[in-house]
Design a protein around this ligand. Structure first.
Ligand code: SAM
Length: 370
């Protein structure tokens, strides 16, 4: 458990939470926060951190396993994986998401590892939809997608992001260390032909590996009328090979595409990670996600729940917060909600990638959930 909430700077509508509680309920020495959270006040408490950012988005990693070994994420060397009993059960995820939805989470993105390798993910999505999650999405490498798409849509998934880091089959095989190019393209096409259109396709650009494909990716978006998103490589790879000169900035990508096909900005929500543009002359969009060169932490609205039940307030957090023990030690809903509020109060102002002496976090993207 964290320290008592009264010692935390938790804000609600710009007011310290304990003041808001007092205003709503009057001074009541018996009304500890657990009690209030268990009652009607919980419905009214949005998750807001000490910088006034409202937390509305949750990434849920349903597995630390992945059937790809992308060079910018995992190692070619064998890794130790967490024993199955360390991973949350579906019911445990569901309980946490239910509490978080009650505290203001509106968007849930299911990710991994690779979410489609965990059996039962469709049923899990249906249960999240039944909890009232307004925006339910998934990030996948697309390999298992084509055959599963109808079930995912029927479960209530609204949107999908599919990773594709090269349009060249051989290079794709080198990056992912798999031979799955056709299946991934089939997954993208299948999703694009469904009500999930327009699909978002994510490429992590790494200098010297796939930065020569910026224009080809833009052309892919135009041809298929989809959203091609370019993500800056972050220091979250298992091999710790990241260097700053491997980052291909959003600014560079914008310049190269704009030189060929004029771009028009699309308005974006404050907490959206991508700067979005459409092609002035036709179909397709691009999104530039530039966490290294243009950090967007000031409007961050995200929390991450890892497959082993840890809540993370930032990809680059030095520590994560154990909710699995609370779940398994019999904590009440009120106690878990109180802990979540205390964790959110500790959300970092921003990531430290550009600070002197930056050290990458010990957990890497595949074990956090991207
Ligand atoms: N398996 C799924 C997939 O491939 O999309 C979901 C998990 S993956 C870890 C989620 C996202 O993280 C993907 O878009 C992936 O490209 C991105 N990612 C992984 N390592 C990254 C890194 N070092 N820098 C930036 N993005 C990274």
């Amino acid at each position: 458990m964290g320290p008592p909430l009264a010692d935390q700077s938790v804000f609600w509508k710009g007011e310290r939470l304990e003041h808001a509680v007092l205003r709503a309920h009057g001074p009541n020495p018996d009304a500890d926060l657990g009690f209030l959270l268990g009652g009607r006040f919980r419905e009214a408490v949005p998750l807001t951190d000490k910088f006034g950012r409202q937390i509305t988005d949750l990434r849920v990693s349903v597995t630390d396993r992945c059937n790809f070994r992308c060079v910018y994420c995992r190692s070619a060397n064998p890794e130790t994986q967490r024993p199955a009993d360390e991973l949350l059960e579906w019911e445990e995820y569901e309980r946490l998401v239910r509490l978080l939805v009650g505290m203001g989470i509106r968007k849930v993105r299911v990710t991994g590892g690779e979410p489609l390798v965990r059996p039962g993910v469709e049923r899990f999505l249906a249960r999240l939809a039944a909890l009232g999650v307004q925006d339910l999405s998934m990030t996948t490498n697309g390999y298992l997608l084509a055959a599963r798409l109808d079930a995912l849509v029927a479960a209530g998934m609204n949107r999908i992001n599919i990773s594709l880091d090269s349009l060249d089959r051989e290079k794709f095989e080198r990056i992912t260390r798999t031979k799955t190019f056709e299946q991934v393209i089939a997954g993208i096409d299948r999703a694009q032909a469904s009500k999930l259109r327009p699909v978002k396709v994510n490429a992590v650009l790494v200098r010297g590996i796939n930065d020569d494909e910026v224009e080809a990716f833009a052309s892919f978006a135009r041809d298929r009328d989809l959203i091609m998103r370019f993500i800056e490589f972050m220091p979250l790879d298992q091999d710790h090979a990241w260097t700053r000169d491997m980052v291909v900035t959003g600014r560079e990508v914008y310049g190269r595409i704009q030189a060929l096909w004029p771009l028009e900005p699309i308005p974006h929500g404050r907490s959206e990670t991508a700067r979005k543009y459409r092609f002035a002359d036709g179909r397709g969009e691009i999104g530039l996600i530039s966490p290294v060169s243009e950090p967007f932490c000031g409007h961050c609205s995200r929390l991450r729940l890892t497959a082993d039940g840890k809540l993370r307030t930032c990809l680059f957090s030095k520590e994560d917060h154990d909710l699995r023990s609370l779940l398994r030690d019999g904590a009440s809903d009120g106690e878990i909600s109180e802990e979540i509020l205390a964790i959110v109060a500790q959300k970092e102002r921003g990531h430290p990638i550009n600070e002197p002496g930056f050290v990458p976090p010990s957990r890497t993207m595949v074990s956090i959930g991207g």
